[in-house]
Design a protein around this ligand. Structure first.
Ligand code: 5GP
Length: 362
């Protein structure tokens, strides 16, 4: 596990509200329990439980959202999640979150995202490389620390980019609102749009206009695809040719064929898939087939908090379950650079980071 922690890694599938530390969630839940908003003991049991079906996962998210949908809390969890990833040597993070609206506390999708941005600026343990609008040049520049930390060479640096998620419960209009917000925030590090939320709710066709618009406007797209059997939807999503998909658990023969010929990279979330029983065990996980076929794939956490995991642990699990050595795992981590939603400048910088860490293989 040690070398899985110390090697540089790229995280491309992490949901903000799924990645919260248990200790933070419990602390926040206790406060709401004292105010009588929730029953703390029920919540505590739910948070600390290890096994959860996909249905239970979404019930837990509803509970988490009651606890966290507050501007200051959103700022705090964003800061902590970034610091946690940086601590285990994630050097590039695409963090996704669903912008939320809550009239009762004056929260709009925009103010929610501003609270996320505040969290980025609040990170103090590491330098956060993030696009900052260059007023003089009138254009965004990358690789600028947004927090006020000193960017000394001895300090760790993590690139952070944001993906805005559309929840499958949302309407076409709400999905469009999220895409428009992403466009307004493009200079602030929002690079793409994700479709997530309970896979048995909603239909792809509802969100298609928003994703078409996002693509026309130059945003990158990743879709949760095939978490439950739904061949019609899987085929339609693959036909849309997103830049990446997440999961791909319930694919049929035709779906694998289409996926492989399209070469769409897959974000693989081992622990999440097994805990939610989307895949019965690691031995039969589609990682093996895709890896052997040299299909582009990226190991990711999905929800490090909800599934009690970390990216290092996912690498360690894959190495043990699939008999892969240090060199192969290092290469797998490095390969992810090709699939980030960023330009060649950032890719080159990440490549140098991996190259200078390659001596750990000796
Ligand atoms: P948030 O967007 O609130 O920051 O993160 C939690 C949300 O991400 C959940 O409410 C859900 O919409 C989405 N999410 C997290 N994990 C999963 C997953 O494994 N599958 C799907 N389809 N959605 C997920």
């Amino acid at each position: 596990m040690d070398w899985c922690v110390s090697m540089p890694k790229v995280e491309l599938h992490a949901h903000l509200n799924g990645s919260i530390r248990d200790s933070t969630l419990l602390e926040l839940a206790r406060v709401l329990g004292e105010k009588g908003v929730i029953v703390f003991s029920d919540v505590e049991h739910n948070i600390l439980k290890n096994d959860r079906s996909l249905r239970e996962v979404f019930r837990l998210f509803d509970l988490i959202h009651i606890i966290t949908t507050d501007h200051m809390v959103v700022t705090r969890i964003t800061k902590e999640v970034i610091e946690d990833f940086a601590k285990e040597n994630v050097v590039y993070l695409e963090l996704r979150t669903t912008p939320k609206k809550n009239d009762s506390i004056g929260m709009t999708k925009r103010s929610y995202m501003e609270a996320v941005m505040e969290g980025l600026r609040a990170v103090s343990a590491v330098d956060v490389a993030f696009p900052a609008h260059n007023v003089d040049a009138g254009s965004p520049t990358t690789n600028v620390p947004v927090n006020d930390a000193r960017s000394g060479t001895t300090r760790k640096k993590i690139y952070v980019r944001l993906l805005l998620s559309i929840d499958r419960r949302e309407s076409t209009a709400a999905a469009m609102e999220t895409v428009k917000l992403a466009l307004e925030m493009k200079d602030s590090g929002v690079v793409g749009i994700d479709l997530s939320g309970n896979p048995v709710v909603g239909e792809w066709i509802t969100f298609l206009p928003a994703f078409k618009f996002a693509r026309e406007q130059g945003l990158y797209i990743t879709l949760h695809c095939g978490e439950v059997p739904n061949q019609k939807e899987i085929q339609a999503m693959l036909d849309f040719m997103p830049q990446r998909i997440g999961h791909a658990c319930c694919f049929e023969e035709d779906d694998w064929e289409k996926l492989k010929s399209s070469n769409i990279p897959v974000e693989i979330c081992l622990t999440s898939n097994v805990v939610t029983a989307s895949v019965s065990s690691l031995d039969v996980h589609h990682f093996v087939d895709l890896y052997n076929a040299k299909h582009p794939l990226i190991l990711c956490t999905d929800d490090a908090g909800v599934f009690s995991t970390s990216l290092s642990r996912e690498y360690s699990l894959a190495a043990a379950a699939f008999g892969l050595g240090k060199g192969e795992m290092f290469q797998l981590a490095k390969n992810a650079i090709a699939f980030i939603f960023e330009d060649d400048g950032v890719k080159q910088d990440l490549t140098s980071i991996f190259d200078s860490a390659a001596n750990m293989l000796e």
